[in-house]
Ligand binder design. Structure first.
Ligand SMILES: Nc1ncnc2c1ncn2[C@@H]1O[C@H](COP(=O)(O)OP(=O)(O)OP(=O)(O)O)[C@@H](O)[C@H]1O
Ligand SMILES: [Mg+2]
Length: 141
């Protein structure tokens, strides 16, 4: 059973308000449902989505960030090929989950967003609250 989250409405506002011109950083205590929310939002509200989980990203993935960051066409083509997912202009969501494990990806967000109009969400674990997510180490969903 899926629980409804208030934050979903905020994500919808962000999607329509920014129309691909900004990234969103989603933080919250472990187990509150950040990854689940991103997957649900991405699969419902976009034509396609890629979720890069940096807690287990292979060297091939990390190399795309390292070596293809200055050629964004190549960058997105490789990402698309690697995840076997077509990316659509303004209608694809790319999630960087557990981005704290790969600081380079975090650094590149601005470059990626301004260089290429797409929607981005950064999702990472930290002990901040945002949009009413409770600070807790026990799942509160
Ligand atoms: N809206 C929801 N309805 C039902 N189950 C949910 C919902 N959100 C999260 N869950 C479940 O709660 C558990 C924790 O969710 P999730 O892994 O998304 O948390 P997280 O914030 O990404 O945790 P971490 O910080 O450890 O990565 C998962 O088993 C997930 O399936
Ligand atoms: Mg998670």
């Amino acid at each position: 059973m899926e629980l409804k989250r208030k934050i979903y409405q905020k994500l919808l506002k962000w999607k329509s308000g920014s129309n691909g011109s900004s990234a969103l950083l989603l933080t919250g205590a472990c187990g509150v449902g950040k990854s689940y929310l991103c997957e649900a939002f991405g699969s419902r509200e976009y034509k396609s989505m890629i979720l890069v989980d940096f807690s287990n990203a292979s060297k091939d993935i990390r190399d795309i960030f390292e070596y293809d960051r200055y050629d964004l066409d190549m960058f997105f083509s490789k990402l698309s090929a690697f995840y076997n997912t077509v990316l659509y202009a303004r209608d694809s969501l790319i999630v960087f989950d557990e981005v704290q494990f790969f600081p380079l990806a975090r650094q590149l967000v601005k470059h990626l967003v301004t260089g290429h109009i797409r929607h981005w969400i950064n999702s990472e674990e930290s002990f901040h609250t945002l949009w009413g997510i409770h600070i807790s180490c026990t799942p509160e969903i």
